[in-house]
Design a protein around this ligand. Structure first.
Ligand SMILES: *Cc1c(COP(=O)(O)O)cnc(C)c1O
Length: 466
């Protein structure tokens, strides 16, 4: 398996090189040159297999020839035994009351209670494995709107060869999210609070990667969803969820609360790998650039407005570039120009053929904070169920679409206790708190505060890297 850059000017690489590179050297994102295909018989066999067994089978062709199946199986097994649910990603009907074909795929049973753990638990192990094989080390710099940070920190703490610097937008992550990051006492973990938005943090990370000399001298690595390995790991639960709900030839839809477009793009990849999909529904909060682009054909950046679902307070959804690459028939010269224009003008019009293809595979909808609160409140009053606000965006949007007589699985991306303020505002009650979250309150925090200033951040990175 080889990987190519969406911008077409970087060398073709194998999986392990893509893992360590993060962003391609031409500023593009890596995607497989071709997709492995699973047959209906493969899909049927997934029904009898554990999550880790399916993960190993789905990921083996994607990581080959860099990593053999036995080593992969070991890392997969270790990653998913950290989950608090034996099925890893359990699936349940949304309601018993309404006659709906709606299900929740609970992606949040990992160490930090968000879906980011699914990919990052594996990513931390893949990094350590590859670094020790090469006898080298890496400085991972990442940006988080809240959940990636803690999941990356949990995945990388105490791992050999990894130094992790995580930027988050100061005051724009929930208190629990912040404490999950800043209370980790490990010499290789460094938190930085930036005076700015998540997009500002992400731009700082991108700028450090774009500086080749800096990137090479500190051996920068990425765990953001620009890293292909994350997308790859996230394809697995599309297969396992479908295998729990439909037969191998029956289509299913997924509704995915969307920020950086990494989760839902993994669903698109699963479809390319043979999973029969009806539709992928992208659900946004009021930061709805993708929903507007789907409706109007114009992708236009607006200012980020904080919402009750902060992990989706994003305007520039990095992984959308990967989708545009695929939909354009891998037209990297068009895409490079379009991305440049988008960056300089703040908007681009999607060509009609691409818009048409987008609308064939995807539906889209946005939910306001008020609609999210209503959904949380309704589910609580009818069945004492707590939804986190991101999942509630997904449920609110999914209910607007006809199910076409096939199930719609809403990706439940966070545990409600992680966003208890929004849940309590909507229901009048605090959701039950897992003891790991309750315990955070008593632990001292460690964090450095910096302005939205590239030089200051680079200086910090250099000061903590040996
Ligand atoms: C990261 C995150 C999202 C958005 O996922 P993307 O892959 O960025 O689209 C949604 N919900 C929660 C809880 C998250 O942590």
């Amino acid at each position: 398996m080889k990987y190519e850059s969406t911008r077409g000017k970087a060398p073709l690489l194998e999986f392990a090189d893509v893992l360590l590179a993060g962003l391609a050297s031409d500023g593009g994102l890596y995607v497989p040159t071709e997709f492995p295909k699973f047959t209906p018989a493969d899909l049927e066999s997934f029904r009898q297999k554990s999550y880790s067994e399916v993960a190993t089978q789905v990921l083996t062709p994607l990581v080959s020839p860099s990593i053999n199946s036995d080593d992969l199986a070991k890392m997969v097994e270790e990653s998913y035994t950290t989950f608090r649910h034996p099925e890893v990603v359990p699936v349940r009907p949304l309601t018993t009351e309404r006659n709906e074909n709606l299900f929740l795929a609970e992606l949040f049973w990992g160490p930090t209670f968000s879906f980011k753990d699914v990919a990052l638990q594996l990513l931390g192990r893949l990094f350590e494995y590859e670094l020790s094989r090469r006898d080298t080390s890496v400085t991972i710099v990442g940006a988080t709107s809240g959940d990636t940070g803690s999941a990356a920190i949990e995945a990388c703490r105490e791992r050999d060869g990894i130094n992790l610097i995580m930027l988050h937008p100061r005051g724009r992550v929930s208190e629990i999210q912040r404490r999950q990051m800043t209370t980790v006492e490990s010499a290789n973990i460094h938190n930085v609070a930036i005076d700015g938005t998540f997009d500002d943090c992400q731009d700082l990370v991108k700028a450090m990667f774009a500086d080749t000399a800096f990137r090479d001298s500190y051996r920068l690595g990425a765990v953001n969803s620009i890293n292909w390995a994350r997308v790859a790991a996230q394809t697995v639960y599309y297969f396992t969820t479908a295998s729990k709900l439909v037969g191998p030839n029956e289509p299913i839809s997924f509704c995915v609360p969307t920020g950086n477009f990494g989760n839902i793009f993994a669903g698109y990849i699963a479809a390319q790998m043979g999973l029969p999909l009806d539709r992928l529904i992208m659900a946004s909060n009021h930061n709805d650039i993708l929903t507007r682009a789907h409706l109007s054909g114009v992708m236009e950046i607006r200012e980020v407005q904080p919402s009750t679902s902060p992990a989706m307070d994003i305007q520039v959804s990095s992984n959308f570039e990967r989708l545009l690459f695929e939909l354009s028939g891998k037209d990297s010269s068009w895409l490079s120009e379009a991305m440049r224009e988008f960056r300089t003008e703040g908007f681009i019009a999607l060509p009609p053929n691409i818009l048409e293809l987008l609308r064939i595979s995807f539906e889209a909808g946005a939910a306001s904070d008020q609609q999210v609160a209503e959904t949380i409140s309704e589910l609580h009053s009818t069945q004492q169920d707590f939804l986190d606000p991101h999942t509630a965006v997904g449920v609110n949007v999914a209910r607007r679409f006809d199910s076409h007589n096939s199930p719609i699985a809403v990706m439940a991306t966070a545990h409600p206790a992680k966003f208890e303020t929004a849940v309590a505002d909507a229901t009048g009650l605090n959701p039950p708190q897992p003891e790991e979250i309750a315990a955070l309150a008593g632990i001292p925090e460690r964090c450095t505060e910096l302005g939205d200033d590239l030089n200051a951040v680079m200086e910090f990175v250099s000061s903590v890297s040996q």
